[in-house]
Design a protein around this ligand. Sequence first.
Ligand SMILES: Nc1ncnc2c1ncn2[C@@H]1O[C@H](COP(=O)(O)OP(=O)(O)OP(=O)(O)O)[C@@H](O)[C@H]1O
Length: 303
Amino acid sequence: MEIQKLRNLLFVINPIAGDIEKEELEEEIVSICKDHGITYDIYRTTGENDKEVIKAKMAESKYDGVFAAGGDGTVSIVASLLIGTTTPLGLIPLGSGNGLSKDLDIPQDTEEALELIHHNIIRNIDTITLNGYPSIHLSDLGFNALVVKGFCEGGTRGPGAYARVALQEYLAYESKTYRIETDIETFEGKAFMVTIANANAFGSNANINPNGVLNDGRFEICLIEPFPKAAGIAILYKLYTDSIDTSVYTRRLSCKTATIYNLEHEVMHIDGEPVDLGDKVVVQMHPKSLKVILPVYQDEKEI
Ligand SMILES: Nc1ncnc2c1ncn2[C@@H]1O[C@H](COP(=O)(O)OP(=O)(O)OP(=O)(O)O)[C@@H](O)[C@H]1O
């Protein structure tokens, strides 16, 4: 087993993520780095031009790893800068949604996650692009994308706000029509939501792609097909018990490339950020294109 020694690190800390005070976290990072002879820089995100600033810092200094301390939004910014490079991504889950960190089995306890700074292994995971935009985790068209958009536009954060928007939209929502051509098969019809899944579960723990593997060179397009509103609770239950594949309303297209025709101009998001990619979305797989810093026990497991 190869244990990596990371000697020069950048920590990207989102001060507002998860509404958690980060002063103590910074003190712990400083103390761990000092104890283990690691040099470090800390960048606190501002919510403005963070990606550009982090990119410039990475060009100035040769980091052995970049840790994102925050939620999925912070992880997504950092990851997009590391894809295709030899610099691995570390995760310290501190957001209201920490989906990728859960799929990677990163400890959700901060003390344990901080141990990854000095005791870890590095592995490669797949990423995908949607019309050239990177996605590491889960992207959607349809109902969930509408909820994500409403959530991002609303002033309130946290899981409660997400659930409120979901409830508001649910009763009136009508499935939309899509045509999906993959390297294996074609689907045309209505869907309540279409998830392009590199990983497994949303930050909320709803597991849309229970059997997805992050380094198998394939992604899944997970469809929830139109269902009677009364079946909604059962679908929700299956999403939260890792058993969505047993629902008669689901369909899964496993593939390496796909073109999605968004025939009713439905909204979409990439890894939680609403985007407008037009009505034709080309999805491509980039096998093992992102290095990630994982707990040592991951070595025995398939990710
Ligand atoms: N200093 C800051 N002040 C205000 N907003 C910030 C700041 N730094 C980052 N942000 C915003 O934080 C969001 C990303 O948050 P992240 O996903 O890391 O944590 P989160 O608590 O899970 O957030 P969310 O509840 O939005 O999912 C981005 O919208 C980003 O613009």
